[in-house]
Design a protein. Structure first.
Length: 145
């Protein structure tokens, strides 16, 4: 099943049991393991991304230490954690990448790498599915749709 369809199916299932996305992600941060888990996931994620020929070119001129810190703050916020992301909104923050050709296939590759990073860290499948739903909720903004 394509990753986008998988997460849409998962979202539909979660919508039937939860009273909204806040309920879904409120304690996702804690369930995953908090700050240490987010930090580890982002580190593994970017190791994978930078070795993925489908998307690594988008990171050629990026300060990866700064990028990882922004990603950690964003994921912490998105998962219901205590840190509040202060970077650009998803649409503005990715507009320059969309201008360079960022598309659904690239977005899928990013999500695949995040899923693989979480699997490598032994995050339970049901939590990975929740993460995927959070990712999927950003697709249109990231891709400027």
């Amino acid at each position: 099943m394509p990753i986008k369809m998988y997460f849409k199916c998962t979202l539909n299932r979660l919508d039937n049991t939860l009273s909204g996305s806040d309920a879904m992600s409120n304690d996702l941060y804690q369930k995953i393991g908090g700050e240490a888990a987010v930090n580890a996931a982002v580190d593994v994620f970017y190791r994978r991304v930078l070795s993925d020929d489908r998307i690594s070119d988008f990171f050629d001129d990026v300060d990866m230490e700064r990028q990882a810190a922004k990603q950690k703050a964003f994921l912490t916020m998105a998962f219901g954690g205590p840190v509040h992301y202060t970077g650009a909104d998803m649409r503005k923050g990715h507009a320059h990448l969309v201008a360079r050709g960022l598309n659904d296939a690239h977005f899928n590759a990013v999500v695949e790498n995040l899923v693989a990073a979480l699997q490598e860290l032994n995050v339970p499948a049901e939590l990975i599915a929740e993460v995927g739903v959070v990712c999927e909720s950003t697709r249109n903004d990231v891709l400027g749709k």
